[in-house]
Design a protein around this ligand. Sequence first.
Ligand code: AP5
Length: 195
Amino acid sequence: MLNLVIFGPPGSGKGTQSANIVRKYNLLHLSTGDLLRQEMEKDTPLGREVSKFIDQGLLVPDDIVWRELYDYVTGHMDAPGFIFDGFPRTIVQAKALDCLLEEKRAPICLVISVEVAEEELFNRLMGRSEDSGRSDDNAEIARRRLQVYKDQTLPLISYYKAQNKIVSIDGMAPVDEVFSRICKAVDGFLAKQKV
Ligand code: AP5
């Protein structure tokens, strides 16, 4: 399996690039943000619970997100691979994912870290807020999401660096250019596997 993580702050282009990656490498896109928003749209008890966190720009508790992800991954182990978008976001989540994938003998291959300057992130989120309909796309909550990323998610870089899985991609370029940088990294990984 080709299992990739796309990693980066809110607005760095994880969702945008995941769509391109899915088309080129035929992977399943697993966005925990999308899964959680679907629950909110259905107005289930779980959806009402997660909205308390998402609407504030805070992380949803690990156990709730893990249940969503576990069901999806274990139900699709026949896929050619996954692109994990927005997961993991904490060390607890990263360790749980490693355990699950090691058990399935299909570990993470690469963690694609998309790097974008903070003001550009903010501008992109504000641009998207005009038509996204997302409850967390407004100036105050976007600033909080960026801070939560720095405090709780950024430490994962060291976690994956220790596993030698991080590849840094400069995300300050048009979408196609960023995508071709990602492809170069993924194709480089695949070429090494064939040797
Ligand atoms: P989630 O849905 O994962 O949102 P996010 O990480 O905040 O990321 P975004 O969707 O805002 O941005 P993106 O990086 O995907 O960029 P995009 O491609 O959209 O999470 C939302 C919430 O759910 C969290 O805050 C949390 O509460 C909860 N949650 C989710 N996962 C969780 C987890 N694992 N644990 C706990 N809680 C969790 O692009 C953004 C904009 O920029 C778009 O308009 C796009 O067109 C534009 N754009 C993209 N690339 C470029 C480019 N190269 N140049 C110019 N514009 C660009």
